[in-house]
Every structure is written in structure tokens, then in C-alpha cells.
Ligand binder design. Sequence first.
Ligand code: GLN
Length: 318
Amino acid sequence: MAQVQEFLEQLYQEFKGNSEGRLASYIPELARANADWFGISMVTLDGRTYEVGDVAQKFTIQSISKVFVYGMALEDYGREQLLKKVGVEPTGDPFNSLIRLDEDSKRPENPMVNAGAIATTGLIAGHDPADRLNRLLSMLQRYVGSEVFVDVSTFMSEKSTGHRNRAMAHLMLNFGMIDQPIEEALDLYFQQCSVLVTCHDLAVMAATLANQGVNPVTSTRAVGSEHVRDILSVMYTCGMYNFAGEWAFRMGIPAKSGVSGGILAVVPNRAGIAVFSPLLDSHGNSVRGLKVFEALSKQYGFHLFDLSLGRCNFASRD
Ligand code: GLN
């Protein structure tokens, strides 16, 4: 599939000069990112990688972690129990919005925005905070295929500046939406956001979801196949903040973005793709990331509902 590699290189050249957007600046660690960083990585279900640019640059996973922690909560509680605690309704509001947290709802709207993510993280099973963190890191390791670490300075910054997230947790506690000790839930949430990954790692993680929960590089199961459908459904409807509807409409595949500039997308039964470029648009999505996915989706017919398309499966026989 030399053409795939060539196409990625072409996209890299086409968009690397695009300097629209801004770096996230709410903590110093993110503001220090290099605006030129740009990587594209695709991992196919037979474990092959096509990639270009800064695919080995480490950055913090941020909101993309929400996808995987939701998967873990599904494993810990099962679909119906979890649904009682955290909904699956898209909000159309920014990721850090407090608007939907009102007394009538009894549960946060969905696990891909901060309120629902903090509540989901608070549900993760474990004997104590260290055990919960270890379980969460081992889970991420299964998706990545190697050891993952928390960036301590990002964690400390998130923790000391996260007043809005803390306010959400307090509101949810007040409304009886969560009942765990909220400082522990917040710490674990800030830790999960501060896990270091590369663009390549994100592509492997996405490919694992595309492959029904089995990491195609290590052949290790990362999550039960029965949960993949639920994970991809919320990614599809809620994964791109208040751009989720337009993303679904244009790209037609489940995806999740993070404030450090990563976007991870799953092409079910075909491939996992990640783009990393820290310049963000007003929704908090990577500007170059959106451009790359738009071009890829068009070129390779990703849209799940475009039934007229012949599909390229990125397997050697294609
Ligand atoms: N740590 C960030 C927060 O909770 C993550 C936000 C994001 O990536 N959108 O605000």
C-alpha cells in the first residue's frame, strides 16, 4: 500500500504550513507546545503502520482518555448500570460546560464532556486511589502496547488550576449524581488527562477499537468486544465537543479530540488513525487534524453511511 504512505506524505506537505488556530493556554505545559508539531499515523488491522511527521513526539492525552475510561467503566458496571449513572446524549455545548448540570437530569449528559467524564472516572473500581490509577494505566497500556506514564507537572497544573472541573464535581455531588469522594475522582481524572502518548500510540489505540478491542500490533485484548459498540457510539455522537454533529456529518466515523491537539478516529474493521497538531480551532479541535481527516475520509470513503462507496480495507490484497 505504497499509495497510502504517499497520500499521507502529500497531506503532511499540504497542511504543514497552515498556522491557523491557537495553542491551548490554560496550563503552562500545553502553552509550551511547539505550534509546528504535526504528525499523521494510520495503523491497519493487520498491524501495519503508515505515518509521517512528529509521530513519536510525546504529549498528554487529555480528553481522548475519556473514550478508554468509559470503556473501563462499561467493563466494571455493564451497559445498563452505567447508563443509569452517565447518559449518552450529545450536549452541543463546549466540553467544559456547566449548563446541562441541573437538578432534573440526575446524571451528566455523556462521558465525552468533562462533567460526564469526571463522573465516569469516579466510578472506576479499585481498593484505593493507587489501585484505581494502576488499573487505569494498565488498561491504557493494553491499548498502547507498552508502558504509559503520567506527566507529573501537567497533573499538578491541572489539579491546581482545575477550578471549573472541581465546580462541576461539587455540583454533581450536590445533585446526587456522584457519591464517591470527589477529590479522589478529580485526581484520577487529572491523572488520566496527563498520561503521555504519541500520535503513533493513538493510532494503535484507535486500531484496537477498529479491531473489536484487540490490539492489532500485540494481539492483546484491551477491552471486551461487547463494549466496543457502546464506546464507538458515544464517540460518534459526542466525541468532538460542540462540533460532534458536523464531524459525524462530514467524516462519518467515530472520533475523539483532546485539548493538546490529538484527534483519534476509528474506521471500523479497517484502521485506526491519529493526527497530532496542537493548534486548535474555537471548538478545541486540531485545525490541521480536521483538514487531514476531511481529506482522508474523502479519499478512502470512510463515511459509514455512504453506501455507494467501494471500500479500501488497507489490507495487502487491496
Ligand atoms: N484536562 C482538560 C480538562 O479537563 C481536558 C480537556 C480536553 O482535552 N478537552 O479541562
